[in-house]
Design a binder for this molecule. Structure first.
Ligand SMILES: NC(=O)c1ccc[n+]([C@@H]2O[C@H](COP(=O)([O-])OP(=O)(O)OC[C@H]3O[C@@H](n4cnc5c(N)ncnc54)[C@H](O)[C@@H]3O)[C@@H](O)[C@H]2O)c1
Ligand SMILES: [Zn+2]
Length: 347
């Protein structure tokens, strides 16, 4: 397993860290103008090469952007003794990681995640890739990072809504594997939203470790890794039916977790007190975009197109309690419809 380093202020130590890890000395930063404008000063001294800035936003996570990274690398005569250092959120990490996976059949990538979502999720696990006009994340590879360097201080400048979206994924890790983490988040929302250093460090450390452990045991996503999709079946469907415009990914996942909890309770698999605990922490985090005008039949239709439908069977992560879950394959449309109605979707 590659090293995952986590500390507030870590960015300043990155040159020494990468030297020690044996990362090739020619380093090419890939970032975006938003992140670079705010944080450039932290990364002087990392490389003499010009940074490769790619446009900000999910809509730029496509092959043309990868191609622009190749152009810059080729113009600079980057060779096999070169590495990419991806500094940004999941969009930068996925896009730059894919460029690294494919340039000269693969050069090392260092992930320096700057969003909460990227720190606890996308920078870990080696999945890299881009969207296609016909679907999200359809083009990609597995390319494990040489180093993951998580500087939790970078989160101070993250917009509140983006921070909250990442925090739903932290809740997810708690819900599927750790009551302790779940309770810690629920009990420290205020310091977390104030970006208190110690609180952030604790939950990022725990969450990234859970992701790393799950992924390590199942690198190519056959079994255990599926539990990471908790809340994602419905979440992806909600994103799709609202054309990826209404919800940030984490927000859609929050609704998806609520749906899964309703299902678990309806089946008698999960105590209603645990569903209530999940609903309450999500409510305490602040408002979610509206769902009252999203129609259940459309969501069901979108669920049918989900990647987690394998040979016609939907693999659904069902919560058993806060901290425990199980993958089931017999969820019916009727059950899902009832759960969606219970959380407020339109008939
Ligand atoms: N590879 C994986 O395993 C994996 C897992 C989950 C998600 N993803 C992907 O991650 C992407 C979403 O990532 P994201 O949520 O990080 O979004 P993002 O990369 O779009 O970043 C969100 C916004 O925050 C800005 N930003 C980033 N860091 C900042 C900082 N420190 N201060 C201020 N602003 C900052 C960005 O410029 C952007 O505008 C999606 O494309 C998704 O598919 C990948
Ligand atoms: Zn997710």
């Amino acid at each position: 397993m590659y090293p995952i380093h986590i500390a507030p202020g870590l960015s300043k130590e990155l040159p020494a860290l990468l030297d020690r890890a044996g990362v090739p000395a020619r380093r090419f930063i890939v970032s975006n103008p938003t992140v670079w404008r705010i944080h450039e000063a932290l990364f002087t001294g990392l490389t003499a090469e010009d940074p490769i800035l790619i446009p900000d936003g999910e809509r730029h996570k496509h092959l043309q952007t990868v191609s622009r990274i190749y152009d810059a690398l080729i113009r600079a005569r980057a060779d096999r003794a070169s590495a990419i250092v991806a500094i940004g959120g999941g969009v930068v990490g996925d896009t730059a990681g894919f460029a690294a996976a494919t340039y000269l059949r693969g050069i090392p990538v260092v992930q320096v995640p700057t969003t909460l979502l990227a720190q606890v999720d996308s920078a870990i696990g080696g999945k890299v890739g881009v969207n296609h006009a016909l679907g999200k994340n359809l083009i990609g590879a597995f390319h494990q990072p040489a180093v993951v360097a998580i500087d939790t201080s970078l989160l101070e400048t993250l917009p509140r809504r983006e921070f909250r979206a990442g925090l739903y994924e932290v809740i997810k890790y708690g819900a599927i594997t750790s009551r302790g983490l779940f309770d810690r988040v629920a009990g420290s929302l205020k310091p977390l939203f104030n970006r208190d250093e110690a609180s952030l460090l604790t939950i990022v450390t725990e969450s990234s470790a859970i992701k790393a452990r799950v992924v390590e045991s199942d690198e190519r996503e056959h079994g255990l890794r599926r539990i990471l999709n908790f809340g994602h079946t419905t979440g992806h469907a909600l994103e799709a039916v609202t054309k990826y415009k209404r919800f940030l990914h984490g927000e859609a996942v929050a609704y998806g977790m609520l749906v899964a909890a309703e299902l678990g309770v309806a089946r008698g698999m999960m105590p209603s007190a645990d569903r209530d605990a999940l609903a309450s922490v999500i409510a305490n985090m602040g408002p979610l975009p509206a769902i009252a005008d999203v129609h259940v039949p459309e969501v069901l239709e979108a669920v049918g197109h989900d990647k987690k439908v394998i040979k016609g069977q939907l693999h659904f992560v069902m919560p058993k309690s806060i901290g425990d879950c199980e993958v089931v394959t017999d969820v019916t449309k009727e059950e899902l419809a009832a759960a969606l109605a219970a959380i407020g979707a339109a008939a």
